[in-house]
Design a binder for this molecule. Structure first.
Ligand code: HEM
Length: 210
């Protein structure tokens, strides 16, 4: 892939990542968040986080399949956008579901209780806390400092994807296909990763590009 084509892809990826947030912001500004504004905020940010996270996990298999090595730089960009939406999503939950608009109103006990009581909240927390170290160590300095351990740490992205998809499945009261489609995608991505690692170990694949 040429440098020019890669630049065009990056512009498209930025536009696609900005879109859900800009759309939410626009709707919020015009008071057009629907009958349940909190639900709209939580659903849009949660789904954006999950979809972008799955896209970031798909980069490596697509790169290996096509040989377009420049695509690899998109992984970090997508990962950071996914984290940005997850952070927004968590903030909406804390601010509105937990009524934590002012510090004096915040009750950590209530959050802990909710995590213990509702398994879909627990899986959301697992997804978020799996993404947190990835976002914190995404800088060049950390990549250099952690060396090989950085790649191992970044396997947490699969934990985040699986927990995020489980969170969506458990959250849905009336069965609908979308959460299962995301769950299926993460299973396929995981299977591809495992097969690649196994082939690498048996010497069938020599070049390992993370
Ligand atoms: C940090 C902990 C998290 C909490 C407390 C949390 C909480 C919530 C809540 C309250 C809802 C709305 C439930 C409803 O309206 O019935 C929701 C929906 C959702 N969350 Fe989370 N979440 C968390 C993390 C995440 C993360 C990290 C992801 C993605 C990787 C995610 C993806 C989703 C999705 C896809 C939905 C459903 C969207 C839809 O219905 O269209 N959540 N979450």
């Amino acid at each position: 892939m040429s440098a020019g084509a890669m630049r065009a892809v990056k512009v498209l990826v930025w536009a696609a990542c900005i879109w859900p947030g800009a759309n939410l912001f626009h709707k919020a500004f015009w008071g057009d968040l629907g009958v349940n504004p909190v639900e709209t905020l939580e659903h849009t940010s949660g789904e954006a986080a999950l979809v972008i996270l799955l896209c970031s996990l798909a980069i490596t298999p697509v790169r290996r399949l096509t040989g377009w090595n420049r695509l690899q730089s998109l992984r970090r960009l997508l990962g950071l956008w996914a984290f940005f939406y997850a952070l927004g999503h968590l903030s909406f939950y804390i601010l509105f579901d937990q009524a934590c608009l002012y510090w004096s109103d915040c009750q950590l006990n209530a959050v802990v209780d909710d995590v213990m009581k509702r398994k879909f909240i627990l899986s959301g927390m697992v997804a978020f806390f799996a993404m947190l170290p990835l976002a914190l160590t995404s800088t060049k300095g950390w990549i250099r400092r952690l060396g090989k351990r950085w790649q191992t740490l970044h396997r947490l992205a699969y934990v985040a994807g699986a927990a995020g998809a489980t969170h969506f499945i458990w959250k849905t009261k009336v069965p609908e296909p979308k959460p299962f489609i995301y769950g299926g995608i993460i299973l396929v991505l995981l299977a591809v990763r495992v097969i690649y690692s196994w082939r690498k170990r048996t010497g069938e694949v020599r070049k390992w590009g993370n």
